[in-house]
Design a protein around this ligand. Structure first.
Ligand code: ATP
Length: 364
């Protein structure tokens, strides 16, 4: 287990600032996910931690030791890539054994570790096969086994499930989580899939445009996004966002709606908003359609999701759509007028100029 610290770590490729100076501490035993859209700098960050990419500036510490300029092999970190490279001419067993031979682990100890890992990943029946005859999922299990058997101080995983089918991805996700709980090894995991990030991460580092946007546990980034980017990027669909104007405890919203702001938010809004322009945010499950709801809308569309239904509501113009989650047996005809309320605990406010979330004292 190891603590990984990044201090003002950055990377430039010529003119391109691929990672702007970044501070991040990954605690020993923690599972941290780097999440963001393509090109935001996730892989480059991971490669700098591994030593495969040299930093342009800053320092990387592993358990307090400055490893910034150490060769990857001197860092005691295992890297699992999306495109798992197994030796094609070796059997699965030899592939898994190989890192232990390279480390000169005594034979008995090596056999013990290999048998533990293959049992854990349920690949005993594959040991005599060569990688070429395995399915994608099995190949990835073998690649994981090969990384795990080394017992490195930390694991770095770059979209390890990206090449797999959706159902296989889900089962492998569960396996990775179980393995992490069993081994408790510090893990840094890169993905652009926010569901995967929410499912796996103790903490999620949301990145965009070469910068960290927010670091938090899954509930924090989901319910308390730091800015509009995180609000939109996390969740499927993203957070509902409606523009309005704040004055005297009320936000005036499209469709002649007036939203009475919870008491605890009034002072922060009055203080932060220069001209009253504000964006209200809430998750689809933080709203409730009810006859005496404070806000009026009409049903624009609805989707069945199996376990629940998602009702799309238009406030005034059709450009102001919000999604409200309802029980699976509730349906509405198109254009039905409805009323809804927002759970005061679930409402967030954003400054449209800075795009940042407003905060309420210490509680946010
Ligand atoms: P993806 O999910 O698509 O891999 P990412 O968030 O991991 O995206 P990076 O691969 O870290 O992003 O790339 C960040 C930026 O740096 C991109 O604009 C990319 O084109 C650029 N980049 C990455 N590696 C190099 C390189 N070796 N030379 C030049 N530019 C690079």
């Amino acid at each position: 287990m190891a603590t990984i610290e990044l201090r003002q770590v950055e990377k430039k490729f010529g003119q391109l600032h691929a990672v702007k100076p970044m501070d991040l501490t990954i605690h020993s035993g923690e599972f941290v996910v780097l999440l963001g859209p393509s090109g935001c700098g996730k892989t480059t960050t991971l490669r700098m931690i591994s030593g495969l990419e040299a930093v342009t500036g800053g320092h990387i510490y592993l358990d307090g030791r400055d490893v910034t300029w150490l060769h990857p092999s001197e860092r005691d970190i295992a890297f699992v890539f999306q495109f798992f490279a197994l030796y094609p001419h070796m059997t699965v067993l030899d592939n898994i054994r190989f890192p232990l031979q390279a480390q000169r682990v005594p034979r008995d100890e090596a056999e013990k570790r290999v048998s533990e890992i293959v049992k854990m990943l349920q690949i005993e029946h594959l040991l005599h096969l060569r990688p070429g005859s395995l399915s994608g999922g099995d190949r990835q299990r073998v690649a994981l086994a090969r990384a795990l058997v080394r017992r490195p101080a930390a694991f770095l995983m770059d979209e390890p499930l990206g090449a797999l089918d959706a159902d296989l991805r889900e089962s492998m996700r569960a396996e990775i989580k179980r393995l992490h709980i069993a081994n408790n090894a510090t893990t840094v995991y890169v993905t652009h899939d926010q569901l995967e990030a929410m499912a796996l991460g103790d903490r999620i580092v949301v990145m965009s445009a070469a910068e960290i946007q927010q670091v938090g546990n899954p509930a924090e980034v989901y319910y308390k996004p730091a800015n509009l980017f995180v609000a939109r990027f996390i969740g499927s669909p993203g957070m509902n966002l409606i523009s309005g104007r704040y004055a005297d405890g009320v936000v005036y919203l499209p469709g002649d709606n007036r939203y009475t702001v919870p008491e605890s938010w009034r002072a922060p809004l009055a203080q932060a908003l220069k001209d009253g322009e504000v964006i209200i945010g809430f998750r689809p499950e933080s709203a409730r359609i009810t006859e005496d709801g404070a806000l009026a809308a009409r049903v624009y569309a609805s989707d069945m999701h199996g376990a629940f239904n998602m009702i799309h509501l238009a406030l005034g113009e059709e450009s102001n759509i919000v999604n409200v989650r309802v029980d699976r047996w509730i349906t509405y005809a198109l254009d039905t007028p409805v009323r809804f309320d927002i759970d005061p605990e679930g409402v967030r406010f954003f400054d449209p100029r800075s795009e940042k979330a407003l905060r309420r004292g210490g509680a946010q």
